[in-house]
Write a protein that binds this ligand. Structure first.
Ligand SMILES: NC(=O)C1=CN([C@@H]2O[C@H](COP(=O)(O)OP(=O)(O)OC[C@H]3O[C@@H](n4cnc5c(N)ncnc54)[C@H](O)[C@@H]3O)[C@@H](O)[C@H]2O)C=CC1
Ligand SMILES: CC(=O)C(=O)O
Ligand SMILES: [Mg+2]
Length: 602
């Protein structure tokens, strides 16, 4: 108990470093029991007596006032007891139990919830985010107790403009939107995909300090093609096949218009849309609204930062990126997003139009121009027969052939297929032309990762650089050596992209802003870290890296004349800020969970 209380207190001290603004009073339009039932304002037993009097709470709570620190320690104690009591139980059971205890706190007291989340982000990110969030989505209809966020369905056509006013907050800054059609690597989960916007927005609060009263998770339920869900009596979504074509787009159009009518400056992050709609909606809205697609653009930036890191691990200059042979497995929104950004980076960094040595595979093998039907988004990356003949490859060559013949510097998986980097493929990576071959198994959740960290180090060798989309523990290589596991996940960028776009007041999110985000992440790591195979910062410093990324995004927006500023800080003030001042400005605008005095106003 003593140890626990002490570590809780030291966590609190540590987290205060980020508390850059003194919290002012918070206006509340409710009184009495209504406040206790509102997680935005509820302090549970933490309401001071004077506040209980002012807000009509006297008698509605047990008499003793418990401090925030005590509440925090008490929650952590319950959490650790749960950990102890579930030891030895199946992993999924334990993860869901942990999610439940966190979710109950989320539903009751958001201030305490976000504080424990921020302070324990290493332990809690895998629960509220990948991998457990995948399990939560799969079981959502059964787990459902209270709604969170908004649900717009195909049946709401024509009503969205008025529905949007049902949301209780006056201001919304950040929206994460999904249609549930490609949830992580788990496929079409229909309405159950709402877990993803909720988890992503939790990361926004934890990493970017977006005020939780200004976030909005949204599910656009336009049906599901998942037969199992359609037949599930507990399924909570529309029981109809997905709308297609113009019918589909008219629903998304209506939603985007409604949102921006009420909150013209809200940023919309599109998340986990199946590929055709991911690309189509990005093209359709990116010049009209401040929006981005996280799977295409956020993932690309994180992967590019990692790829540049792998060039540094080999002791080569960044200009050498053009000579890296990169095999990308998965030609979906994520894989193609990575290739698009990597091609731009080759042009920028190496200052050349040279054809980068990228090889793209999908479920039908190596993608070449000889393919009869080729997706237009993949076409620019299809190899010509001439290019691959010399390597002894052909259209549709399988992964093992490609790895053996190409001897890539990097093998990058965004296929959603667990175990596709099997023993044979990993062993073939030992023949890589790189001194430090890189293996990125980026698919989520854990069971969909292309390989495990243990298998990667075991079969591909101890000198590899390894990254995965979901977390794995570092690998004990024996003799005191450790194989470092990086988490190559878009969580390192999307919070900074959203916060930077918000504070810049930009009308749209440009390629330049996204590139700046990626380059900022790439340059965050020191040479010494990179030499140890550490490509990304520890998740414990996610607020710090997010502040840097946010500042880089603002500066790019200013440079492109897109910034209109926010609040008292206009474009002129932003332009006058140095890099350091911009980082400070971002940090200063991060919300931090503390109990503010509540003032009632009718
Ligand atoms: N680590 C991260 O930050 C991120 C990870 N992802 C993960 O990437 C995965 C894919 O996402 P999307 O591109 O949006 O999906 P998608 O469905 O658009 O694309 C999947 C692609 O994989 C290909 N594929 C399927 N089976 C294959 C096989 N056996 N061999 C080679 N290719 C195969 C398909 O043909 C398709 O091109 C998901 O698991 C997702 O969780 C996505 C975004 C971010
Ligand atoms: C991380 C993420 O965005 C995905 O797996 O879809
Ligand atoms: Mg995603």
């Amino acid at each position: 108990m003593w140890r626990l209380a002490r570590s809780a207190a030291s966590n609190l001290r540590r987290s205060r470093r980020f508390s850059t603004c003194i919290p002012g009073p918070c206006i509340v339009h409710k009184r009495g029991a209504d406040i206790l039932h509102d997680p935005w304002f509820n302090k549970d037993t933490g309401f001071p007596l004077t506040e209980r009097d002012r807000l009509g709470l006297r008698g509605l709570l047990p008499p003793r006032v418990i401090s925030f620190e005590q509440q925090y320690a008490r929650f952590m104690e319950s959490y650790h007891s749960l950990e102890k009591n579930t030891r030895g139980q199946p992993e999924g059971f334990v993860s869901l139990a942990k999610w439940r205890i966190l979710n109950r706190l989320h539903d009751r007291n958001e201030t305490l919830y976000y504080r424990v989340l921020i302070d324990n982000i290493d332990d809690f990110a895998p629960i509220i985010y990948t991998p457990t969030v995948g399990l939560v989505c799969q079981n959502y209809s059964g787990l459902f107790r209270r709604p969170r966020g908004m649900y717009f369905s195909a049946k709401d056509k024509g009503e969205m403009m008025s529905m949007i006013y049902n949301w209780p907050a006056h201001q919304v800054d950040m929206i994460v939107l999904t249609d549930g059609s490609r949830i992580l690597g788990l496929g079409d989960l229909g309405v159950q995909g709402i877990g993803i916007p909720i988890g992503k927005l939790d990361m926004y609060v934890a990493a970017a300090g977006i005020n939780p009263q200004r976030i909005l998770p949204v599910m656009l339920d336009i049906g599901t093609n998942n037969q199992k869900l359609l037949e599930d009596r507990l399924y909570l979504g529309l029981r109809q096949p997905r709308l297609e074509g113009e019918e589909y787009l008219s629903i998304v159009d209506e939603f985007m218009e409604a949102v921006h009518t009420r909150w013209p400056k809200a940023i919309v992050q599109f998340e986990d849309f199946q590929m055709k709609w991911a690309f189509e909606t990005l093209q359709r809205y990116r010049k009209r609204f401040c929006m981005f697609n996280d799977d295409i653009q956020g993932t690309a930036g994180v992967a590019l930062a990692g790829l540049l890191g792998t060039v540094r691990t080999q002791g080569r200059p960044l200009g050498d990126f053009v000579n890296q042979k990169i095999v990308v497995v998965g030609a979906g929104s994520a894989g193609l997003g990575v290739l698009n950004m990597a091609v731009q980076a080759v042009k920028r960094i190496a200052g050349t139009d040279a054809n980068p040595q990228f090889f793209l595979l999908d479920k039908d093998g190596l993608v070449t121009k000889a393919r009869k039907v080729i997706d237009p988004a993949a076409a620019p990356f299809a190899r010509t027969p001439v290019e691959i003949e010399g390597l002894g490859l052909r259209e549709g060559a399988n992964l093992i052939e490609v790895v053996k013949k190409v001897k890539p510097h990097v093998l990058l998986g965004l296929s959603g297929v667990g175990g596709v980097f099997n023993e044979e493929v990993l062993k073939a990576m030992q023949e890589s032309d790189s001194t430090k071959p890189a293996i990125f198994a980026m698919s989520n959740p854990t069971m969909n990762a292309e390989c495990t960290a243990v298998d990667a180090f075991k079969h591909a060798g101890e000198n590899i650089v390894f990254a995965s989309g979901s977390p794995f523990k570092n690998v004990d290589l024996g003799n005191g050596k450790v194989g470092h596991v990086n988490q190559a996940n878009n969580m390192y960028l999307f919070p900074g992209i959203g916060l930077g776009a918000l504070l810049s007041g930009a009308r749209l999110i440009s390629d330049g802003m996204l590139q700046a985000a990626s380059e900022c992440l790439a340059s965050y790591m020191t040479d010494e870290e990179i030499q140890r195979g550490v490509l990304y910062p520890p998740i414990g410093s996610i607020r710090d890296i997010t502040a840097e990324v946010g500042a880089a995004v603002i500066q790019a927006a200013v440079a492109e004349d897109l910034a209109e500023g926010q609040g008292d800080i206009g474009p002129r003030e932003l332009r006058q800020m140095s890099k350091e001042e911009t980082v400070e400005h971002v940090k200063h605008n991060m919300w931090f969970p503390v109990y503010s005095p509540l003032v009632h106003e009718k």
